[in-house]
Design a protein around this ligand. Structure first.
Ligand code: ADP
Length: 554
């Protein structure tokens, strides 16, 4: 017997309709790449998205066809988010920080037909245009006044002219909620990137789950500034969440230094933000140097890589800004867990609480998780035993675009490639990415723990711990450190800092000091690059010591 309730498909256009009808006056503020600050409302967004949808129809974009974007966080990108998906086409957000060869490969693989891009990326697109054979139309996201007098791109279209040529009388089509809405590629640090194709249903369910109080806790009272780019897994869903709840949005555009962000936080009364740890590094350095305070910021979402406890402490103790540590991946669009405390944690002392906050947290409803050993058997939730994290749920990838890489699932679970432990309150902690694990004499050493400790040293601004080959132990941890300007720390002081904080044999064998750690396209440390460069560091060191007639460090 069926229930007798209305059946309405879960569609991205419904989020926009809701925002227009129920939060129409709420603002969206953008720092434009043209240099000025632009502001309008959800009502304006909805009207322009409808005009854009008509323009896309006129350009010949068919349901299911891919429309690529190379754009910063801004209102025009937001219009594309809704117009492309809402009209039945697929929004493909490309990451402009990738190498142009990789961008061409991805755009061709995805069969993008239209490419919309910000002024900043005109030289990049001009350099790629002849290789982007599948693209029928190139659209520059600006007005006529900012269009280049000349460009090597044939028939370059002007976004504002496309919109101006349409009226806003347009009815969003009633699509199948399982139809594809948007596409993101994994970063491809190992092998070619793979496309993850989200659906309207998965996106709306992800949005419901992520705004909940024990998730990101987003409401109509919020003013959200997503620092995480809209080309990094849908800016963690915030462009959708804002419409669902009617939160004001503030888009920082291309200017992401600490000073500019701080100014925007203050001038627009921002209450929450989101980004990877490396972004917050420069913001915290700026506010510390100028002894600034946040007047309205109440919380920030940190994920993409582990948030060091020292960063959580700096936000919470020095600024009264609550950190929501999250874990997710492209394959989950992206949120899986949030570290939001339970009543059971109320009685913990400061140190125990800090250990809980270092964890990546508990599952959102809609995502189930487990950890398994090498034989695939489920491991206990004792907070100690570590195994590969497997997930399943309504917004977890089922297969990659074009079936790339075969069936990714094992017995209906998606293997994340992350090593994790789960405690008996359901709090998951990532110990490592499987490929970053350090195996010393057959035993695992968690690189994230070692990095978190190094980050707590006052002189350290960035730390990575990698597996370096070792003649006796196979692999040993090698610490790579960037110090804060004007601050010094020696190798010996750095290693002594580990004393009493971990088992002695976990202490890194050596420290390499660098001016900078290479970052990937989403702002994460490229540990594979460090491994390529320093993977033999300890072997060379041992050889040098032997040549000098000294004993090896182990
Ligand atoms: P990539 O890092 O390859 O660009 P994603 O952006 O999808 O791809 O990143 C997903 C991975 O990032 C996860 O599998 C995990 O290794 C890492 N990650 C995400 N959030 C966290 C976190 N809070 N702590 C530790 N690792 C994290």
């Amino acid at each position: 017997m069926n229930g007798q309730m209305m059946s309405q498909p879960l569609l991205i256009s419904a989020l926009l309709n809701h925002a227009e009808r129920h939060h129409g006056k709420r603002e969206i503020v953008s720092r434009r790449v043209e240099g000025d600050i632009h502001r309008y409302t959800f009502r304006d967004l909805a009207a322009r998205a409808r005009r854009l949808a008509k323009a896309l129809n006129e350009l010949g974009v068919k349901p299911g066809e891919r429309v690529g974007t190379l754009a910063w966080n801004g209102y025009r990108h937001m219009e594309l988010y809704y117009a492309v998906s809402g009209s039945g086409a697929v929004l493909h957000t490309l990451n402009p920080r990738l190498h142009s060869d990789q961008l061409v490969w991805i755009a061709e693989h995805a069969e993008d037909r239209v490419l919309c891009f910000d002024l900043t990326f005109l030289p990049l697109v001009e350099a790629m245009a002849t290789r982007l054979k599948g693209i029928r139309q190139f659209v520059l996201l600006t007005d006529r006044a900012h269009m280049p007098a000349q460009s090597t791109i044939p028939n370059l279209l002007c976004y504002e002219e496309l919109i101006a040529a349409q009226d806003d009388r347009y009815q969003w089509p009633t699509l199948d909620e399982n139809s594809a809405s948007s596409l993101c590629y994994t970063s491809g640090t190992t092998g070619n990137p793979k496309g993850v194709l989200y659906s309207h249903r998965s996106t709306v369910l992800h949005t419901y789950a992520s705004v909940m109080p024990d998730a990101l806790n987003v409401s109509a009272r919020d003013v959200i500034l997503p620092v995480v780019p809209m080309f990094h897994v849908n800016a963690w869903g915030l462009p959708y969440s804002a419409c669902m709840v009617g939160a004001k949005l503030v888009f920082p555009g291309a200017v992401l230094d600490g000073k500019s962000l701080y100014e925007l936080f203050e001038s627009e009364d921002v209450t929450m933000s989101a980004g990877v740890p490396t972004v917050w590094q420069s913001l915290l350095a700026h506010v510390a140097a100028d002894k600034l305070k946040f007047s309205t910021m109440r919380r920030t979402v940190i994920g993409g890589s582990a948030c060091p406890p020292s960063m959580t402490r700096a936000f919470e103790r020095d600024h009264d800004v609550k950190v929501i540590h999250v874990w997710g991946m492209t394959e989950l669009s992206p949120l899986g867990t949030t570290c939001v405390l339970k009543p059971v944690h109320d009685s913990l002392d400061e140190q125990a609480l800090a250990s809980v906050k270092a964890k990546q947290g508990r599952s959102l409803f809609g995502i189930d998780m487990k950890i398994v050993g090498p034989d695939g058997d489920e491991l206990p939730w004792d907070g100690q035993t570590s195994g590969e994290l497997m997930v399943r749920g309504a917004w977890v990838v089922d297969q990659y675009l074009k079936g790339e890489g075969g069936d990714p699932l094992i017995d209906g679970w998606f293997p994340t490639g992350d090593m994790a432990a789960i405690d008996d309150d359901g709090f998951m902690q990532i110990t490592d990415r499987a490929k970053d694990v350090i195996k010393s004499g057959g035993e695992w050493i968690g690189s994230i723990d070692l990095e978190n400790i190094a980050m707590a040293h006052p002189a350290v601004s960035m730390a990575a711990c990698i597996a370096a080959k070792h003649p006796k132990w196979d692999e040993r941890p090698l610490l790579v450190v960037v110090t804060k300007s004007e601050q010094k720390v020696t190798r010996e002081e750095m290693l002594a800092f580990y004393e009493g904080k971990i088992a002695k044999w976990w202490t890194p064998d050596d420290v390499v000091f660098l001016d900078a750690i290479p970052l990937g396209a989403t702002g994460k440390m490229l540990k594979n690059r460090l491994r390529e460069e320093f993977g033999n560091h300890l072997v060379s060191m041992a050889t040098a010591l032997e040549l000098e007639g000294q004993v090896s460090p182990q």
